[in-house]
Design a binder for this molecule. Structure first.
Ligand code: ZN
Ligand code: ZN
Length: 264
């Protein structure tokens, strides 16, 4: 029995799936979040008209706790992934032949849509269930005026649940390991960009269909209610949980652009 368990952990997929994916997830998040966070820390005069909330960021106030939460949560995630590897190894995620580009593209679109929809319900539940809100999700809401690093400012349980949701699509599809890596990098790009705190007209992500840029989730932090989806506003529009003011804000900022500071 012990030799069997040992063989599971000697399987190259143990390093390729849980360990490398977690390392990539952390590395990608820090790579995307660090430049935005530095910008928020220095908050130069030229960037201030583009702040979503018209007040200074609290970068230094939350920095140490933010870095501690990221480290602690990653270690807890590592322990959980090692523990559940005997189950996770049964998934069809593989390191065989890479599929055609259109298969990869459609899998990535599916992962984004599925994860966003599932996250909507997880997030909405965390606001409607008082215990979860008070003891778990409240940690993420300690920061009302987020900068990018806040994209991984979580209670460990929320970090685990959010990570589990991101794996649902890849496990369902049994994707190639490289597709899983690309998806996790996209997911962390969503997390960093959604908390960037600035709404620059040149941010290429805001021109993606069904994404409204950092404004969308920033309003969730500022108002505490509504805009529950992680990335795509259509889910909140469909269920009537979007924040109305965010639409008028968006209209003003996107239509009467570019450099009218009074528009925010
Ligand atoms: Zn929330
Ligand atoms: Zn957030």
């Amino acid at each position: 029995m012990w030799s069997q368990i040992g063989a599971w952990y000697l399987d190259p997929r143990f390093i390729e799936i849980p360990i490398t994916t977690l390392a990539l997830s952390l590395g990608a998040f820090l790579a995307f979040a660090t430049p935005w966070t530095l910008l928020a820390y220095f908050d130069p005069v030229w960037a201030q008209p583009y702040r979503i909330q018209n007040k200074p960021f609290d970068v230094s106030r939350y920095l140490r706790r933010n870095l501690w939460l990221i480290t602690r949560n990653a270690l807890i995630m590592l322990a959980v992934l090692v523990l559940i590897w005997p189950l996770l190894r049964l998934s069809e995620i593989h390191d065989g032949i890479l599929p055609e580009w259109y298969v990869i593209a459609s899998q990535l679109v599916f992962f984004i849509l599925l994860d966003d929809y599932l996250y909507y319900w997880l997030h909405r539940s965390m606001h409607s269930q008082k215990w979860l809100l008070k003891h778990v999700h409240a940690v993420h809401h300690e920061i009302r005026n987020p900068c990018a690093l806040a994209g991984n400012y979580f209670h460990w349980l929320e970090y685990l649940l959010t990570g589990a949701l991101a794996l649902v699509g890849p496990i369902l599809v049994g994707c190639h390991i490289v597709v899983l890596y690309v998806w996790i990098i996209i997911r962390q790009l969503e997390a960093a960009d959604g908390h960037a705190g600035y709404d620059f007209p040149w941010n290429p992500l805001r021109y993606l269909p069904f994404y409204d840029g950092p404004v969308y989730h920033d309003f969730h932090h500022a108002r505490f209610k509504g805009n529950y989806a992680g990335f795509l506003h259509y889910v909140d529009r469909f269920y009537g949980t979007y924040i109305k003011e965010y639409l008028s804000y968006r209209y003003k900022r996107w239509i009467s652009r570019p450099s009218d500071p009074s528009a925010h």
